[in-house]
Write a protein that binds this ligand. Structure first.
Ligand code: PGA
Length: 248
């Protein structure tokens, strides 16, 4: 296991109604309170962020935070339907950028991801940056490092320290019929990332993570946490994942 404090991120995607979201967040918060040596972030849909942030106000454990699933690369302007980083500064601490679903379904590119990282940093949000290849290959590490040259362009050494990077192969995401990568393969990519961009504190793995396989990923020396989609919608399973991921 890595020696950096693990980060577990729940990406709720476009799921939950308001009351489910409140119950889910409250159950998670109440049950992870006693965990130590871990940071936990849940990323609900935009409309729930304000009421959930209000509900957390004063009672959130220090290691539990809200994140957004996306932001605009622009600070303000005529961008119908978009939400800027400055609008979220007081609601969330983290924001996911560059998720493969944004790239595949909403016309975003690696350049857009780069612009969104800059936008997040301008407004003191911590970017959780996703990167991943489309198809299984023996060359994943090389492909990821190439993508990172575009994604991280112009980000200073100091700014890199604010980032978490998620290695999330598109073929491993459960919502698209994927199955998880294996620990050794993920370790080799994470190691290549840590070697190339040593200023990024944490490299996470994402793609079909659940309570049964999280230990395999967390056992890898270069994996510092996980990004969880489907399994983050089940309170008991997500809590179990957090327990198994904590650094002891
Ligand atoms: P999954 O989703 O855990 O359901 O595979 C992860 C993600 O897309 O962030």
């Amino acid at each position: 296991m890595a020696t950096r404090t693990p980060l577990v991120v729940g990406n709720w995607k476009m799921h939950t109604n308001f009351s489910d979201a409140m119950v889910l967040m409250t159950q998670i918060k109440n049950n992870i309170e006693s965990l130590q040596g871990i940071d936990i972030v849940v990323c609900p849909p935009f409309p729930w962020l304000y009421p959930l942030a209000e509900a957390l106000h004063r009672s959130a454990p220090r290691h539990f935070s809200l994140g957004a699933q996306n932001i605009s690369q622009h600070d303000n302007g005529p961008f119908t339907g978009e939400v800027s980083a400055s609008m979220l500064t007081h609601l969330v601490k983290y924001v996911i950028v560059g998720h493969s679903e944004r790239l595949a379904q909403f016309g975003e590119t690696l350049q857009t991801t780069n612009e969104k990282i800059h936008a997040a940093l301008r407004h003191r949000l911590k970017p959780i940056v996703c990167v991943g290849e489309h198809h299984r290959s023996d060359n994943s590490g090389q492909e990821i490092l190439k993508q990172l040259e575009i994604i991280l362009d112009g980000i200073t050494k100091h700014e890199l320290e604010e980032l978490a990077l998620v290695y999330e192969p598109v073929w491993a995401i459960s919502g698209h019929g994927g199955s998880p990568a294996n620990g050794a393969m993920v370790q080799s990519v994470a190691q290549a990332i840590h070697e190339k961009v040593s200023d990024i504190p944490r490299v996470l793995y994402g793609g079909s993570v659940n309570a049964d396989n999280v230990a395999e990923f967390m056992a890898q020396p270069d994996i510092d946490g996980v990004l969880v989609g489907a399994a983050s919608l089940k309170a008991a399973e997500f809590i179990k994942i957090c327990e198994l991921a904590q650094y002891e």
